[in-house]
Design a protein around this ligand. Structure first.
Ligand code: ZN
Length: 391
């Protein structure tokens, strides 16, 4: 017989802070920069750690030399809680005052690439599963942990799991939310607009058609549309948005530009769709064409991530919030403007919230860090949530 925890709150005591810290230091010390995607070294650390605690991990190669890792605990045929964390990190970049792979701890903060995005959350999830397995907690369902590749560059890892038929009743996705529960998230549509004009001698611009002038009219239209979107913010998320992120065109000052290229990012609120946002962009192009007859633009979608919305009364929100409250945390239920792998799980009909230690403010920048106390609190909250939902 396994241990029956007296309560979800009591179960949080099975977390071992020393074991958790040592795993996180090992994870941050491995380089899993994406691109190129060095997750295999992280998989090796995870498989070793899990194996030493009696859990057998499965690995599946998703891209050459880049495996996903999965581990499950519980044999009941009750509900399934999926924990999903990405192993890849952003490139290091300049400006670090501490070694990006040193996993140095100062004043309770662990520094290094991936510390909060998302190895802190990954370590908390692994510790939650290891702690529950070590305490032989009886589960009526199962907890499944997916450590995935490629979240930062294309989501190949989570998409592969979904394509392979991953099923769960709920999911928690690790990203640095400052321990808030993000139940709503923006979608994202990126398009490249190629504007075609006609070259002419720079001394006779009226003999040509400037792709840059046409592109400038498009930029103004996106700015105006962005201002309109600002008027209708979504609770806990803010408004949808347009950002013209790049512009590139022309050859030199004395030639009328024949080509200009824009890259545009449209964030999409829950309740709307990729299709609606695409149609809106096409309508904006048409409105510019009405004022500039002959406007010649080709549009290409380069990224399309659907928005996410989990109801506030979903068991995964309720259980995680109750756990955080019981542990003295703030239990803020809100939204996340950045996209995450939760979108792909939600698209597969798995209600997925985003939750993890650390702050987006510290992610993707030098001296990335996470508070060890927050990683530990996350692990305890996850143990309690597992016990509540599938225990
Ligand atoms: Zn991340």
């Amino acid at each position: 017989m396994g241990i029956q925890p007296q309560s979800a709150a009591g179960s949080a005591a099975v977390v071992d802070p020393i074991r958790l810290e040592s795993l996180l230091r090992r994870l941050v010390a491995t380089d899993s920069t994406n691109p190129p995607g060095g997750e295999a070294s992280t998989v090796a650390v995870l498989a070793d750690h899990l194996g030493r605690h009696g859990l057998r991990a499965e690995t599946v190669e998703v891209l050459p030399g880049r495996p996903n890792l999965s581990v499950a605990f519980g044999s009941g045929d009750g509900p399934i809680l999926l924990l999903n964390a990405h192993m890849d990190t952003m490139p290091v970049g300049p400006g670090w005052s501490r070694s990006p792979y040193g996993a140095i701890i100062e004043d309770g903060l662990l520094y290094g690439r991936g510390a909060c995005d998302a190895k802190g959350g990954l370590a908390a999830m692994v510790e939650a599963v290891v702690a529950i397995a070590a305490a032989k907690v009886n589960l009526r369902g199962r907890v499944v942990l997916d450590a995935v590749i490629d979240e930062e560059a294309g989501a190949a890892g989570t998409l592969a799991n979904v394509a392979a038929g991953r099923r769960a009743d709920w999911a928690i996705v690790a990203e640095p939310t400052e321990l808030a529960i993000a139940r709503v998230g923006n979608g994202q549509l990126d398009v490249t607009l190629s504007v075609h004009g006609h070259a002419a001698h720079g001394s006779m611009p009226d003999k040509g058609r400037s792709a840059i002038a046409d592109a400038a009219a498009l930029v103004a239209a996106f700015e105006a549309a962005h201002a309109r979107l600002r008027a209708t913010p979504y609770p806990a998320l803010g408004p949808a948005s347009y950002n013209v992120g790049t512009i590139e065109g022309g050859l030199q000052a004395s030639i009328v530009a024949a080509e200009c290229r824009l890259e545009v990012d449209r964030r999409i609120l829950p309740g709307s769709t990729i299709e609606a946002a695409t149609a809106e962009i096409d309508a904006l192009i048409e409105s510019v064409r009405a004022a500039r007859p002959g406007l010649d633009v080709t549009r290409e979608v380069t990224l399309a991530i659907p928005p996410v919305e989990v109801p506030a009364d979903s068991p995964v929100c309720v259980a995680l919030a109750a756990a955080l409250r019981a542990l003295g945390g703030a239990a803020i239920v809100g939204g996340l403007r950045a996209t995450s792998d939760a979108a792909w799980l939600a698209a597969a009909d798995i209600p997925a919230v985003v939750f993890g230690p650390g702050s987006l403010v510290d992610a993707h920048r030098p001296d990335e860090r996470v508070a060890l106390a927050d990683v530990e609190l996350a692990a305890r909250a996850l143990v309690m949530t597992i016990v509540t939902l599938v225990g």
